[in-house]
Design a protein. Structure first.
Length: 162
């Protein structure tokens, strides 16, 4: 059973927004993806806890969720994870085209999912992380096994000692 898609009419054309297919609408077109731990860090800034007392129900639920599921609690570990993921990010070359880099050419979505889901196995990563991300050829199935396994091992080592 899938959730109904939201339709928006723009300039006479109907745009279908459906998160299950990766179509989130124009306001998310250039948005990056945050790790759950990064959102947790935002909500736990020192000296600002009193700010969160009068939150809307949605914001309060979001705060409770990230408090529960944040894998990394300290800023230095979160930075280390983000830096590791950025090494494997899809980077445009000087012409703005996606060039051949030494990394896995991961999209923002894939990077966030690898960190948030705490995936440790290549097959598990390929099964759990959908292939509809907006970067062409961004399926984990097309990624180099050795590089992906190396990245998953490095993330697992960070999780183990975090």
């Amino acid at each position: 059973m899938s959730l109904p898609a939201f339709q928006r009419v723009r300039r006479g054309a109907v745009e279908v927004e459906d998160a299950s297919t990766g179509k989130l609408g124009p306001e998310f077109q250039d948005a990056g993806c945050l790790l759950v731990s990064e959102v947790h860090l935002f909500f736990s800034r020192p000296g600002e806890a009193s700010e969160w007392d009068g939150l809307s129900a949605v914001t309060q639920k979001t705060k409770e969720y990230v408090d529960e599921f944040s894998r990394f609690k300290d800023q230095s570990t979160i930075r280390e994870v983000r830096a590791l993921l950025i090494k494997h990010a899809a980077q445009p070359d000087l012409d703005g085209e996606m060039g051949d880099s030494k990394g896995l050419q991961l999209s923002q979505f894939e990077m966030a999912q690898l960190a948030n889901l705490s995936v440790t196995d290549i097959d598990e990563a390929r099964t759990l992380i959908p292939t509809y991300v907006p970067v062409s050829d961004a399926s984990l199935a097309s990624k180099d096994d050795a590089q992906l396994e190396s990245l998953l091992n490095e993330l697992a080592a960070i999780w183990k000692f975090a």
